[in-house]
Design a protein around this ligand. Structure first.
Ligand SMILES: [Zn+2]
Length: 179
């Protein structure tokens, strides 16, 4: 997951980085220590922060705290980050995720994407080749399901495709979603 040449030219919107603090409520001191060790001393919602610092913070949390917490940060993203106002369903939320991703990042550079592909019936696939951790993106998708619960659905199932994982050095993760 070394994409560093792009990341110093890309910034992340403070509101979306706040998800990290919200998810780590009981580990707030740890969260602040990690952020400040990468140059983010105070987190202002309307400010922008270097993407590389944010990614380095995510990697530290994944390594030092664990995948469960990384997933929780993903869970709290839709609560904090900017999303397009037109979302009305789980499918439209999945479809808008890439746009939301772009609304929360600025600057020039290839930041990767969230590629939504509708499946038959209550299924879809999502290809994520952005530099955030796999667990984080699964948390984001789960949170969209919770926020826009589809009718006649009891739970969301996320199956990780076998074609490689960013956590193991691959370029992208594919998730097969059924609900
Ligand atoms: Zn993965």
């Amino acid at each position: 997951m070394t994409r560093s040449p792009l990341s110093d030219r890309v910034e992340v919107y403070g509101r979306s980085v706040q998800a990290l603090l919200h998810a780590m409520e009981f580990l707030k001191l740890k969260a602040r220590q990690v952020l400040s060790s990468h140059g983010i001393e105070s987190l202002e919602p309307e400010e922008w922060y270097p993407m590389q610092s944010v990614l380095d913070s995510f990697n530290d949390i994944l390594e030092q705290v664990g995948p469960h917490t990384t997933r929780s940060i993903g869970h709290s993203v839709p609560r904090s980050a900017v999303f397009p106002p037109s979302i009305s369903s789980f499918e439209s939320a999945l479809e808008s995720l890439d746009q939301a991703y772009r609304m929360n990042h600025r600057g020039s550079g290839d930041i990767g994407s969230y590629r939504y592909q509708p499946g038959g019936g209550k299924s879809a696939s999502m290809v994520c080749d952005n530099p955030y951790p796999c667990e984080f993106d699964q948390g984001v998708i789960e949170a969209l399901y919770d926020r826009f619960p589809p009718r006649d659905s009891i739970r969301l199932r996320i199956e990780h495709g076998s074609g490689g994982c960013r956590g193991k050095g691959s370029h992208a993760c594919t998730y097969f979603l059924t609900w």
